[in-house]
Structure formats: structure tokens, C-alpha cells
Design a protein around this ligand. Structure first.
Ligand code: PLP
Length: 488
């Protein structure tokens, strides 16, 4: 199986998955996609029902990463998703009521769903360097609105032949997220705050990737750039597995029969998580529709409702910062699959030039068949946290609450798997305030108070943050990002 850029209209530059993972972004600015979507049959699903999470993930990955052996992938998945990193299991499904199930994707080392991809992606890249005969050091550049950064740092720390630099918007992440990154351990890691919002940081990174002179200078130093953002196929592919796994779990518990349709609801930012679910559907997983949940940065809700994607709007800083995004990069992959590279290339050009584009009627109606969208105001989110705890005794974080709000609103009898993307402790102050308590100034006090109020355990990695030394405290302008990278 070969991989092509979403903007490659002639399909002449096919590459192996190891190369796609190594490159991250395609040279023409597009994103890599496989030439075909492999099928998962109904009997495949039944046989996966009997397997562990690591085995399910290796099976799904092996269908996409054809230049990796199954044994390589199984060994990587066992390390990535084993008890040591995901105590109690990688992606447990919790039943909220007869219709709504919560897929908890945050039991990894950093308390957010990014771990599902970023615990395995460094292993895939490390193998890719060997497979492609690469002698240079890979320098991973990450722009993060919070959770990716920490998860990437944890995933890549002290991996041979790789170093990593993480940029985060100085006012766009929570106190705990900031502390998690500032105290990161490892000899190959760098962290730097950037003035502006997430899009400024992400655009800065994109600019460095497309700067040929910078590439040349790094090359002379024996370094090449690669990404760990959700535009990288190595991030996306592992996320397909948990949709298949959740479906298996529902069969195993008798909630559905094999073949029954379910809905998927995802708190969405860069559109990676929900897009992985869409790939699972194309593979043959019985999914009826996707509910794309947003916060007050409702650019995607407007897009699915009107067919116009318009980033020219006010940017809101919300209590679900990982969804504070106005350019959802992975949407490009959906457009590519639905409408092909020619139209996609044109729309992406318009997005750069005018900040907006409108899809044609055919594309719009294709999207309408499979997607619906819903946005949650800050008040909706807080009420959802309160009501969900009150009614079901279930504590959700602020991102998950946006999705639960959408699930409650859209529920029509078909069972909905709602992704839970962060531990409630990751956003403890806002969760506490949503439960009607006074918001404490200190993040650690919030842990204690939330624990006392709800009885839900505080993850160990959060408790130990209190005593760790801060290693990184630099804040720079977006236009200094390149110099920062060249210096490292
Ligand atoms: C990254 C993130 C999201 C958004 O996921 P995308 O794949 O970017 O759409 C939602 N919630 C949390 C907690 C996240 O960290």
C-alpha cells in the first residue's frame, strides 16, 4: 500500500508508510493518505472480540502499515498499551445510560487521549528510521494547545536518534498543562512558550516545515525535521483501533449484536480523533453517523451546517483549550476522501488566501449523510458536568462534557459511543467550578477539593507534579521560533 498527499492530483509520488511517518507533512503541503482503505469484515470483528487491546491495535495497524511486520507492530503495541503505561486497560468503555457509552481514552501517562497515539508513534518512527536507512537525527517539532505537547514529550523522551521541541501558546493552556511541560524530564526534550494562540504556534511550525533554507542548514548539522502533530499518519492510524475495540467491547457485553449500527460522538479540535473514526467506518465498522462536538469555537459546527468553512471569526479562550482551534487541519483528509484532491487543493488554497471556502452541493450532501455537529457554550459545558455527575455519578472533564452535551442533544435511540478525551483532574479547577464549588486559585488545591467532593482518585502523575523542578520557562515571539529550533 502506498501513501499520497491529499493535494497530489496526479498520484505519481506514492511512498511507503514508514516514509509518510518520517516526513509528517507532504512536500506540497498536503497530508498523507493511504491509496486504499483496507476492509475489516464482520468475521474479523468477531475474532478481534477475543483479543487484548494491544492485539486489536496491532491487527488494525498492520492493515495500514504494510511495510511493518505484524510481529513488530504487536511488540510495539504491547509496550505502548501494556499495564505499565495504561494501568487497568487502554480504552475502557463505561456505560452511562441505555444509549450513551463513554470511551475513556485518557488512562495513559499524561491523562489525555493523545497518549493513545503518542505512546506508539515514537516506536513507529524509530523503526521507520531503520527501514529507510536514515542516518540523520529526527527533530520532532510540535505545536500544542496543551495535551499533545506533554503526551509527545512523554512518548519521545530519551528515544535514540530523535529529539523533540514543543511550542505552546503562552495563554492557551491550563496551569497543570504548563507545569506538566515545564517539568518534563529527558535529555532530548525542549519546551518553549509562544506569544499568541494555538493557531499562531501551529502556523509557526508549519512555516518552519516549508522553509527550504532552514532545512538545508539543519541538514548540514545532520538533522531533519519531522512532526508529531495529528497531521502525521503515525498519529492517526493508531486512533482507528479504539473505535474497533469499543465496538468489540459492546458485542462482548451484549450491548449490541455484531452488525448493529452505532453513533460516534467526538469532542473535536484538529479533527484527528473523529477522522480516525471515519476511517474505521470506511473499513466496514458499522457506524451510522458521527457527531462532531465543539466548544464556542464553533467553526466546525457552522461548516457541517452550512457547507462554508470560515475561520474569520473571534477566537474564544474556553475551559476546553484543546478544542480552541479555528483551523482543523485533518478536515482536509475528509474532504480529500469525499471530493478528491483537485477540489481539496482548491479549497485549501482559498482557506490560506481568504480564510474561508464553501464546498459544492454534492460534497455537502455527502457530508450530511454521515456527520452532524453541535457546539457547547461555556454554560452548556458547565451544566453538563454538573448534571452528568448528579444523575449518573460520572465525573467528566471539560472537553468530554462538550461531547456529552452533544450526545444528550442528538440521542435518538441508536447507541452512542462518546469519546472521553481527558481525565477530569487535568482541568480540575473548571470541573470543580462546574460542580458549583468556588474555584480555587491553586491547581493542587483543586485536586484535593475535587477528590474530596467526588471520591474519584487523583492520577499519580498529577500528584507528583508538585515536587518536580521547572526546567523550561522561555517565552518567545512567533517569528523567533525558527531561531529557537536552529539553536537546539
Ligand atoms: C487534542 C484533544 C482534543 C481534540 O482532538 P482532535 O483530534 O484534535 O480533534 C479533544 N480533547 C482533548 C482533551 C484533547 O487533548
Amino acid at each position: 500500500m502506498k501513501y499520497y498527499s491529499t493535494r497530489d492530483t496526479k498520484k505519481t509520488n506514492g511512498i511507503d508508510s514508514a516514509v509518510a511517518i518520517k516526513n509528517g507533512l507532504a512536500p506540497d503541503g498536503g497530508l498523507y493518505m493511504p491509496s486504499e482503505i483496507p476492509a475489516v469484515s464482520s468475521s474479523d470483528i468477531l475474532s478481534l472480540c477475543k483479543k487484548s487491546y494491544a492485539e486489536r491495535a496491532a491487527d488494525i495497524l498492520s492493515r495500514f502499515l504494510c511495510d511493518y511486520t505484524y510481529d513488530e507492530l504487536l511488540s510495539d503495541c504491547r509496550e505502548a498499551y501494556g499495564e505499565a503505561r495504561f494501568p487497568g486497560g487502554a480504552a475502557p468503555l463505561v456505560k452511562l445510560n441505555d444509549n450513551i457509552f463513554v470511551l475513556e481514552l485518557w488512562h495513559g501517562p499524561t491523562g489525555a487521549f493523545k497518549d493513545m497515539a503518542l505512546q506508539i508513534m515514537p516506536r513507529l518512527l524509530s523503526r521507520a528510521l531503520v527501514k529507510t536507512g536514515e542516518k540523520r537525527t529526527a527533530h520532532i517539532l510540535v505545536a500544542t494547545s496543551g495535551d499533545t505537547g506533554k503526551a509527545a514529550l512523554e512518548g519521545y523522551r530519551d528515544i535514540d536518534g530523535i529529539k523533540i521541541t514543543v511550542f505552546y501558546p503562552v495563554d492557551g493552556v491550563s496551569k497543570i498543562q504548563k507545569l506538566q511541560m515545564a517539568t518534563q524530564e529527558g535529555g532530548n526534550v525542549n519546551v518553549c512558550a509562544v506569544k499568541g494562540n494555538f493557531d499562531d504556534a501551529q502556523n509557526g511550525v508549519k512555516k518552519i516545515f516549508s522553509d527550504n533554507e532552514a532545512k538545508e542548514r539543519l541538514n548540514e548539522k545532520g538533522v531533519f525535521l519531522s512532526s508529531a502533530n495529528s497531521i502525521n499518519w503515525g498519529r492517526l492510524a493508531p486512533q482507528i483501533a479504539y473505535y474497533v475495540s469499543a465496538y468489540c467491547d459492546m458485542i462482548n457485553t451484549g450491548e449490541i449484536a455484531n452488525g448493529d449500527l452505532i453513533d460516534i460522538c467526538v469532542p473535536t479540535g484538529n479533527f484527528g480523533n473523529i477522522f480516525a473514526g471515519y476511517i474505521a467506518k470506511l473499513m466496514g465498522l458499522p457506524i451510522r453517523r458521527f457527531i462532531c462536538a465543539s466548544n464556542s469555537n464553533n467553526v466546525l459546527t457552522d461548516f457541517f451546517e452550512t457547507g462554508t468553512y470560515d475561520r474569520n471569526r473571534k477566537f474564544h479562550t474556553t475551559m476546553s483549550p484543546s478544542m480552541d482551534i479555528l483551523i482543523s487541519s485533518n478536515l482536509e483528509r475528509l474532504l480529500y476522501l469525499v471530493s478528491g484532491p483537485e477540489k481539496t487543493r482548491e479549497w485549501m488554497k482559498q482557506l490560506v488566501c481568504e480564510g474561508k471556502y464553501t464546498v459544492d452541493a454534492e460534497t455537502k450532501s455527502a457530508l450530511d449523510r454521515e456527520f452532524t455537529a453541535c457546539c457547547s457554550t461555556e454554560e452548556n459545558t458547565a451544566e453538563t458536568i454538573y448534571n452528568t455527575f448528579d444523575k449518573y455519578g460520572y465525573l467528566s472533564d471539560t472537553h468530554t462534557a462538550c461531547a456529552l452535551f452533544a450526545s444528550y442533544k442528538k440521542a435518538d435511540g441508536v447507541k452512542i459511543v462518546t469519546d472521553s478525551t481527558a481525565s477530569p483532574y487535568k482541568f480540575a479547577s473548571d470541573v470543580l467550578a462546574s460542580l458549583g464549588e468556588k474555584k480555587p486559585e491553586d491547581a493542587f488545591e483543586a485536586f484535593e477539593l475535587l477528590n474530596r467532593k467526588t471520591g474519584v482518585d487523583i492520577p499519580d502523575s498529577f500528584v507528583s507534579l508538585k515536587t518536580k523542578a521547572v526546567r523550561f520557562d522561555k517565552v518567545i515571539e512567533p517569528n523567533s521560533m525558527l531561531d529557537f529550533v536552529l539553536d537546539k
